[in-house]
Write a protein that binds this ligand. Structure first.
Ligand SMILES: C[S@@+](CC[C@H](N)C(=O)[O-])C[C@H]1O[C@@H](n2cnc3c(N)ncnc32)[C@H](O)[C@@H]1O
Length: 243
């Protein structure tokens, strides 16, 4: 049996996520080997997005929101760049289950994604960020699956204001749909949305992040999206503006 078939069978039996957790606990990788981005091209796009925000001096102050942070590298990097660009008021929010992908089902089946994939525990992520001196006064980690954490109180409790840049790196249609619905009130005059997994699912517009974003735009005719940047060969970024 191929490796992929074995993983798919274990996933179907509900064994993949617990086995991954056990492996991670028994054989933790040293941080210098694991604290790196999933997709290095995303860092270039984050750089472009923050530069875009920094250059637009008329823009209202906004926050950086990342949905799916895994080990936290991109979140840390975004803050380091923003500091360098003098984006002083920006805050950094990382949303993640800290247990990896939720149960993969329905329309999200059939790609390379499996339940529990990209699992990094909160303690590990906090350790990674602390080791590189993240500024905790401007950093908030929101733990849990999006269907539980992305509710109206979350926006109010953190006094969330306009989103300047959102990194949407949660792989699945279902996760992206939840993120966009929750994000809608935070879209400002101009908000940069970076979809790291845009071309997944064989680049099928009826699946994954593409489907979620097209449905979102159809549901909100007050928003207009313009292509902003490619993210390697796997992702795409947009500027979304209110008409
Ligand atoms: C590819 S990783 C993110 C990589 C990260 N942005 C980086 O640049 O290193 C995908 C992340 O999305 C999270 N995720 C996906 N769907 C989620 C959901 N519905 N609720 C919470 N977390 C989710 C997973 O836990 C995982 O950490």
């Amino acid at each position: 049996m191929s490796r992929e078939a074995t993983l798919a069978t274990l996933d179907r039996l509900g064994l993949l996520a617990p086995l991954r957790r056990i492996k991670h606990r028994l054989f933790p990788c040293p941080p210098e080997r694991t604290f790196r981005p999933c997709t290095p091209h995303l860092l270039i796009a984050v750089n472009r997005a923050l530069r875009y925000v920094a250059d637009d001096r008329s823009a209202e102050p906004g926050d950086y929101l990342e949905f799916g942070i895994f080990r936290g590298f991109t979140l840390w990097y975004a803050q380091a760049l923003a500091r360098d660009m003098d984006l002083r008021g920006m805050r950094f929010f990382g949303f993640d289950s800290f247990q990896g992908l939720p149960e993969v089902g329905g329309i999200d089946l059939g790609a390379e994604f499996s339940t529990g994939q990209y699992s990094a525990g909160r303690q590990e992520v906090e350790g990674n960020l602390a080791a590189l001196d993240v500024d905790w006064t401007r950093t908030v980690l929101v733990e849990g699956f999006f269907d539980k954490t992305l509710h109206a109180d979350q926006r109010r409790d953190h006094a969330l204001r306009t989103c300047a840049v959102a990194v949407i790196d949660c792989d699945l249609y279902e996760s992206t749909k939840q993120v966009l619905a929750w994000l809608y009130p935070l879209i400002g005059a101009k908000t940069v949305l970076l979809f790291d997994d845009w071309h997944n699912f064989g680049d099928d517009p009826a699946k994954g992040e593409q489907r979620a974003f097209h449905e979102f735009l159809d549901a909100h005719p007050d928003l207009a999206a313009t292509e902003f940047t490619a993210i390697g060969t796997h992702g795409k970024g947009f500027v979304v503006a209110r008409n």
